[in-house]
Design a protein around this ligand. Structure first.
Ligand SMILES: Cc1cc2nc3c(=O)[nH]c(=O)nc-3n(C[C@H](O)[C@H](O)[C@H](O)COP(=O)(O)OP(=O)(O)OC[C@H]3O[C@@H](n4cnc5c(N)ncnc54)[C@H](O)[C@@H]3O)c2cc1C
Length: 663
């Protein structure tokens, strides 16, 4: 059988779902091929979305018109804003989700997207042809024409996106037992890597792992600490954050595609569930130590590199040998299940060791589990062989997104998926009109800057620096953190999303109304003064120095401890929607930092080619990291742009050099 489409997406994980939804919504006929339709957007590990820096990515996806934020809001069973004690650049929303509902909400999103078909099958092979009409001497010599599946179907399209996650030649490990698989109880995808390698695209191996799933009925919750979520003031989608919704928006499926809301702006809250915490102890560690000889991480069975920031419990035991306890978080997997996820206990130890070790913890004395933790090794492709559009440099029309590019995490995958989906649609669109794809697609792809989005930082890091371990996003990877806050992804990206046709007009209108509300509130704060008699009781209450004259409220707000919510109590005319209040307060309080980073960003744009060779004795610059001093001394880059592309040279090292250059 032969099927014809404009865009094919291989794999319905977090990257594939965003990619397929984005491509189809841009009007190209899209086929999402996946191995199991009942596991669409399956959360392979923790059923949680967001977290530090990842929460910002989800808001960026939403601001651009993607789907992950909406799906998360609709299926969350707990929300928290992490890093509240730090500055707003660090605030990161996180939600615990109902795993099954997450899958079905994504199914619903895809099933109701016009122009998008789902085909359940396994892609075995890429179909390609020699590139014709290329004007580039060193450009791709081949272009993709489609895929061939396990059931012998040829699906033809001028653009193909590979989002196969951890499935490519996947190998599962539990103790000394090894089984081929893409995830527990799912087959590995064979032959596709080899088909990609045949195009000259390099692959390598990485590893990740997941903890045991616990039966809640066997847990003594009285011996654990309760961890409640926050009251729901923050959701991921900006479509829920407006004060009122006009009837003109009622037809927008982003707002009203489901009737599961008590109110259109709020997710259900009646199902919200708490998490629980406890810790490992020395008895538990003794049991784990007794199993180290059979641990695939330590007996040579696993050779590939795993996520450094998400270590297994046995790695923690060996790395931090002096510690006799590590924190554990027991998190619900959903509202209709007894299954719970034990965060902090990722392991590939033999299953009896995992269970016996846990039974040494008071809350788990009677423990029963649904399945043990396990590790998986899988293939990924070298992302330095990609353009920033996520299109291959070696094969036109072939795009890569998600874990196959060496990243880890649902949010990182989804962000790449959206970019690849948009760019594949553009590429296919050019092809359909007969334009030379290799030049036309490269001319106007969606590429986000490092000062525009964490998604831009992520893709730039992948393409320019490559990966030698699973890449996870952190706020420290972004040199312009204060410009990339979770509160203002709509400011940064909704106009871009609308201009490419992904963000709906109602989304843009909602952003414009919010922008006006912020501007109005800002102006009101600038023009309003308060007399000392009125403000001093509040300043006394928060322990701030009294004033002896009338003060402008915007000036007052720059003081530590003074909040806009506090001023709104005194002056009801300042009251506004929660998100408007938060955004306005941040803009005023952090005005100096925001301006400074904007200036740095603009300088970086202008100074990309500044010559630095022979300028510095790097070893004497203490403010550079040790790694930067060594690598800059060894490599002697000619320009700042070259320096910034050396792996191990961080954006803050570049900022140090900029400052020393007096720029
Ligand atoms: C055991 C385990 C533990 C993990 N632990 C963590 C963690 O601690 N922290 C973290 O951030 N991330 C973790 N992850 C990674 C996280 O699951 C991924 O980063 C994320 O799911 C990647 O999304 P993706 O869309 O790239 O791929 P996936 O979510 O893996 O989706 C891939 C999809 O492609 C389909 N597919 C694959 N090959 C084919 C083919 N040939 N034809 C058709 N369909 C195909 C699959 O069926 C699947 O639907 C873990 C993953 C696993 C498996």
């Amino acid at each position: 059988m032969i099927l014809k489409y404009d865009v094919i997406v291989i794999g319905a994980g977090h990257a594939g779902c965003e990619a397929a939804a984005a491509a189809a919504r841009l009007g190209v006929h899209t086929c999402l091929v996946t191995m199991d339709m009942n596991k669409i957007a399956q959360m392979s590990c923790n059923p949680a979305v967001g977290g530090i820096a990842k929460g910002q990515i989800v808001r960026e996806i939403d601001a651009l018109g993607g789907r992950m934020g909406i799906v998360t809001d609709r299926t969350a069973i707990q929300f928290r804003m992490l890093n509240r004690s730090k500055g707003p650049a660090m605030w990161s929303p996180r939600a615990q989700c109902d795993r099954e509902r997450f899958i079905w909400e994504w199914r619903h999103q895809l099933d109701t997207t016009p122009g998008l078909d789902i085909w359940q099958d396994q892609v075995m092979e890429l179909l390609t042809e020699a590139q014709e009409n290329t004007t580039l001497t060193d450009g791709p010599k081949r272009r993709v024409t489609g895929v061939r599946t396990l059931w012998g179907v040829d699906i033809m399209a001028p653009a193909v996106i590979i989002t196969a996650g951890t499935f490519l030649n996947g190998m599962l490990h539990i103790g000394r037992k090894m089984l081929p698989g893409g995830r527990i109880a799912e087959p590995a995808a064979l032959r596709l890597t080899e088909s990609v390698n045949a195009l000259g695209i390099r692959s390598d191996r990485m590893k990740t792992g997941t903890p045991v799933r616990i039966d809640a009925r066997s847990v003594d919750f009285g011996k654990m600490e309760l961890q409640q979520g926050d009251p729901v003031t923050h959701l991921f989608s900006y479509m829920h954050g407006t004060e009122s919704i006009d009837s003109q928006y009622l037809a927008d499926p982003e707002l009203f595609s489901r009737d599961c809301y008590a109110s259109p702006r709020r997710p259900r809250t009646e199902d919200f569930l708490p998490c629980w915490t406890t810790q490992t102890n020395s008895e538990c560690h003794d049991v784990l130590r007794s199993g180290l000889k059979d641990s695939p991480l330590f007996n040579g069975q696993i050779q590939s590199i795993g996520p450094r920031y998400c270590p297994s419990v046995e790695t923690k035991l060996v790395t931090f040998a002096d510690k006799d306890s590590h924190p554990l978080f027991l998190e619900p997997e959903g509202t209709d299940t007894n299954e719970m996820y034990l965060n902090g206990f990722s392991s590939s130890m033999p299953m009896e060791i995992q269970i016996e070790a846990l039974r040494k913890i008071p809350a788990f004395k009677e423990l029963r589990v649904y399945r043990p933790g396990y590790a998986i090794e899988y293939d990924f492709f070298d992302p330095t062989q990609l353009h920033h559009s996520l299109e291959s440099r070696l094969c036109s029309g072939l795009f890569f997104a998600g874990q196959v590019n060496g990243t880890t995490g649902y949010e990182e995958a989804a962000g790449q998926g959206l970019v690849a989906g948009v760019n594949a649609a553009i590429s296919a669109g050019h092809h359909a009109t007969g334009t030379d794809l290799s030049t036309a697609a490269a001319a106007r792809p969606l590429v986000l800057g490092r000062d525009e989005a964490y998604i831009g930082v992520l893709i730039d890091d992948l393409v320019m620096k490559g990966v030698d371990e699973p890449y996870r996003m952190f706020t420290s990877r972004a040199e312009y953190r204060i410009l990339l806050r979770q509160d203002d992804a709509d400011r940064r990206l909704t106009p871009i999303g609308h201009s490419i046709g992904l963000a709906t007009t109602s989304r843009l209108d909602i952003w414009k109304r919010k922008e006006k509300a912020i501007d109005d509130l800002h102006a009101l704060l600038r023009s309003t003064t308060m007399k000392q008699d009125e403000i001093n009781p509040y300043l006394d209450e928060i322990g701030s120095t009294r004033v002896n004259r009338s003060v402008h409220l915007d000036e007052l707000l720059t003081r530590p401890g003074v909040t806009l919510a506090g001023l709104q109590e005194l002056r009801p005319e300042l009251r506004a929607d929660d998100e408007v209040t938060e955004a306005t307060e941040i803009l005023i309080k952090y005005d100096g930092y925001i301006r400074r980073e904007r200036e740095y960003a603009d300088k970086m744009h202008r100074l990309e080619d500044i010559k630095i060779d022979g300028h510095f004795d790097y070893n004497s610059i203490q403010s550079l990291s040790t790694e930067a001093r060594q690598k800059l001394t060894a490599r002697r880059p000619e320009t700042l742009a070259h320096a910034s592309r050396i792996p191990g040279i961080s954006p803050s090292d570049i900022n140090v050099l900029l400052v020393l250059l007096g720029r």
